[in-house]
Design a protein around this ligand. Structure first.
Ligand SMILES: [Zn+2]
Length: 264
């Protein structure tokens, strides 16, 4: 019998209770510790949580596994208020309220937008371009602190642009310390120096001094922000960024040398 070991790297506190393979995907039934006390969202009454499970399964999109979509599945725990009878949803540690994708999935979508278009990313994950945009907006609204104890030696700053409907430019700060697992650290609206500074300011002064290299777009605005905020870091030009720059140049050449169309 073949045995497969999976490294799932789930957020802390989340346990896997089951696995089921679906036609083109993988579903993991998950569980997490519930709070002991609960406060009613309707009448404000606080008491020991009286939790019942909703009689249905919720499915949340998570990271891909072997190139196929992964899902987290759970039966929503719902505390019931003993005073007014109101039942409410418990917050989950792996996703924000009212969405059907995990925080990890959001960050993966964000990262995939680097060097790609929203249409390509939407196609790749099988979601709509509107969902891609909503995910970016969600991430822009977050003010989660970067763990000041985290050691970050290499970072990347990239600009992404969403062009459907109104234009949206976003700057993404990525942790490249482990090149195999780049991780999004911060995002900010815009693609100027201020946006780069907003991202870099999320690192503590100590963390900024630990950064050894930064990989950035050809943008001068980012270079200035890094020069000022990362005193020990040197700029590294990597293949990816050069390739993108070359792509732009080649595109420009193509446009210039385009043969006039003979169509009427
Ligand atoms: Zn109540």
């Amino acid at each position: 019998m073949a045995e497969v070991t999976l490294e799932l790297d789930l957020p802390e506190g989340i346990a896997i209770r089951g696995y089921e393979r679906h036609a083109e995907g993988h579903a993991f039934e998950v569980d997490w510790p519930w709070p002991e006390r609960c406060r009613c969202g309707q009448c404000g009454h606080e008491e020991d949580a009286r939790i019942e499970l909703k009689n249905t399964m919720y499915v949340v999109r998570d990271l891909d596994l072997w190139g196929q979509p992964g899902f987290l599945v759970y039966q929503p725990p719902m505390p019931k208020c003993s005073r007014c009878g109101h039942r409410q949803h418990l917050e989950t540690p792996f996703k924000r309220p009212h969405v059907t994708y995990s925080y990890r999935f959001e960050r993966e979508v964000l990262r995939s937008l680097i060097g790609s278009t929203e249409e390509d990313v939407a196609r790749r994950f099988g979601i709509s371009a509107e969902t891609v945009r909503r995910i970016v907006e969600n991430q822009l609204g977050d003010r989660e602190r970067i763990d000041p104890g985290r050691t970050i030696t290499d970072i990347g700053l990239d600009e992404i642009s969403l062009k459907k409907r109104h234009k949206l430019y976003v700057t993404i700060l990525t942790d490249l310390s482990d090149p195999e697992h780049p991780q999004v650290l911060a995002v900010a609206r815009g693609k100027d120096r201020a946006a780069a500074e907003t991202c870099l300011n999320r690192l503590s002064p100590g963390q900024r001094r630990q950064v050894r290299t930064h990989r950035i777009d050809m943008s001068r605005a980012y270079a200035r922000a890094c020069g000022e905020r990362l005193p020990q870091s040197r700029a590294v030009v990597d293949r990816f960024h050069v390739a993108r720059h070359l792509g732009k140049v080649v595109d420009g050449l193509r446009k210039k040398s385009r043969v006039p169309s003979s169509d009427p």
